[in-house]
Design a protein around this ligand. Structure first.
Ligand SMILES: Cc1cc2nc3c(=O)[nH]c(=O)nc-3n(C[C@H](O)[C@H](O)[C@H](O)COP(=O)(O)OP(=O)(O)OC[C@H]3O[C@@H](n4cnc5c(N)ncnc54)[C@H](O)[C@@H]3O)c2cc1C
Length: 502
């Protein structure tokens, strides 16, 4: 084998997946068709769960020091903001950070972990057999073949891996497109004059440029594939905002639409999909990049478990079960948001859609409604299906601090930095800790200590490498060695030794 895993695409999804695999000792090769990283940024935001997962690996600060935080975010562009600060997290804010910078930080991390990124290398073909995949690559020096155990298509919305694997991508074509332009020279007085209510989104970028986004009813049926001209962009601004804002010399002009599609399968044998290769939608409330990062976090440890030989039966298939359901939720909420935007722009609907927006805006002022949508958009509400009745199982583990018996003060996020499971034993007796360490100590970080007040009635918790809860026992439940062992076997595979007893 030339590598254990070939990743096609060095966008944010491919880069995070590469680092997750490398952390688990998997040999990864990343192929990237482009000759160098993009300088332009489509995405501008990282949401709370994305920052949390970076925190789980000890690299959140690298992103935080480059961006700026705001306490909330929008849903469908409604004036009443989603309040991320009210959510139970240490990262209750939206981080404004351009995609190019996110990719730069992730690429640094990938290189630190010793992974090679092959720029100018395009995946042309994949053939899979029982033992692995044969990948055909076009590079500046010509075509060549690569043998690996798995290939992951992180190759964007037009994924070649998805096409070659014959994975359906059902959904809807675009009914609406918007235009974006990045400009260095802007008339800031004109921008200040139109204020926040302008039907043009105005975002200052860290690079010093300003991003303008406009949806013009006269141009919104133009297909996304048609290039934007400067004149077209300027005319749209004047029509929609009454000013051209003094724009000149665009750095970048682009058109994007609301085509919405979700891959039928995230896995076919040894071929997997993640990120935009698996789901596309309008960037309503900025969720695409964030969802791709969370796909990568979910897939990395499962695929590594397969390669490292300890994956329990069905673990890798849970990637599809868990993330396809998230993809369905994200594509649905972006469609709902986009419809609201599209109707706003159609003259026949102006009165009823204004009424609908006002109604929705009122609803967003109800704290429960606000936090429901904030949990959805921030992805903090993502909970994976489970047969356990405990609401914490499947959900993300809150980042509670604890004090270990040796006096170390630890947060859950610190325990997960090596990419292994974490088992928290607040029983006081440390029996669970000893048994788990004996059987699964190579895969599980074990901590025994006094229950912190933030743990409530939790006495035992098994946390997956991606920070979601695999199993819990609460104080009112009698100790159950068999249930704990069954959870460990289900998620972390067979123990090192034949039997685990306490
Ligand atoms: C205007 C706009 C604004 C957006 N704003 C936000 C936002 O604020 N927040 C957010 O979360 N999301 C946002 N998004 C969505 C976000 O940009 C994407 O979801 C994100 O880029 C997906 O990352 P990815 O790594 O899955 O795919 P990509 O970023 O598309 O990366 C795929 C990579 O694969 C490479 N590739 C393709 N084919 C091959 C091949 N055959 N061989 C080798 N390499 C290949 C490509 O060159 C590319 O580098 C926005 C999108 C748009 C259009």
């Amino acid at each position: 084998m030339d590598a254990d895993v070939v990743i096609s695409g060095a966008g944010p999804t491919g880069l995070l997946l590469a680092s997750e695999l490398a952390l688990a000792g998997v040999r990864v090769r990343v192929l990237e068709r482009r000759l160098a990283r993009h300088q332009e940024s489509r995405a501008l935001t990282l949401h709370p769960r994305s920052i949390e997962i970076m925190d789980l690996r000890g690299i959140a600060d690298r992103f935080l020091e480059l961006g700026r935080t705001v306490p909330g975010w929008h849903f469908a562009g409604l004036p009443q903001r989603l309040d991320f600060s009210a959510l139970r997290t240490r990262h209750g804010y939206c981080l404004f950070l351009e995609q190019a910078r996110v990719e730069r930080v992730l690429e640094e991390r990938v290189r630190e972990l010793g992974v090679e990124i092959s720029y100018g290398h395009e995946l042309l073909a994949v053939a899979q057999d029982e033992d692995g995949v044969e990948v055909t690559v076009r590079a500046p020096g010509g075509e060549s073949g690569l043998r690996a155990a798995y290939v992951v298509g992180c190759d964007g919305g037009r994924s070649r891996v998805r096409d070659i694997a014959g994975i359906g991508f059902p959904g809807t074509d675009a009914t609406m497109t918007s235009m974006l332009g990045d400009f260095m020279d802007i008339d800031h007085d004109a921008i200040a004059a139109v204020g926040e209510d302008a039907p043009v989104l105005i975002v200052p970028l860290e690079s010093g440029a300003t991003r303008l986004v406009v949806t013009d009813p006269l141009r919104m049926r133009v297909p996304a594939s048609e290039p934007v001209t400067f004149e077209e962009f300027r005319d749209a601004l004047v029509r929609m905002a009454g000013s051209s804002f003094g724009i000149a010399e665009p750095r970048w002009l682009s058109r994007f639409g609301n085509a919405t599609r979700l891959a039928e399968a995230y896995r076919v044998g040894r071929v997997l999909l993640a990120g935009d290769a698996a789901h596309i939608h309008f960037p309503a409330a900025g969720q695409g990049l964030n969802t791709g990062l969370q796909d990568a976090m979910n897939l990395g440890w499962k695929l590594a478990a397969e390669i490292n030989g300890w994956a329990p039966a069905g673990l890798l298939d849970r990637y599809h079960t868990e993330r396809h359901a998230v993809g369905r939720t994200v594509t649905a909420n972006t469609q709902a948001q986009t419809l609201l935007l599209e109707l706003t722009l159609l003259p026949d609907y102006q009165q009823p859609v204004t009424a609908l927006r006002e109604l929705m805006n009122d609803l967003l002022q109800i704290p429960e409604v606000n936090s429901h949508l904030a949990a959805l958009v921030s992805a903090l509400g993502t909970s994976y299906p489970s047969s356990d009745d405990d609401p914490l199982v499947g959900a993300r583990m809150p980042d509670i601090p604890s004090t270990a018996t040796d006096g170390r003060r630890l947060r859950v996020s610190e325990l997960l930095q090596t990419g292994r499971f974490a088992y928290l034993d607040f029983t006081g007796a440390q029996e669970g800790a000893a048994a788990v360490a004996a059987g699964w100590g190579d895969r599980v970080e074990v901590v025994a200590g006094d229950p912190p007040s933030a743990a409530g009635d939790l006495v035992e918790v098994l946390v997956r490498p991606d920070g979601h809860v695999a199993w819990v026992r609460r104080r009112h439940e009698t100790p159950d060695v068999a249930a704990r062992e069954s959870a460990l076997r289900t998620w972390a595979g067979a123990p090192r030794q034949a039997a685990v007893t306490t």
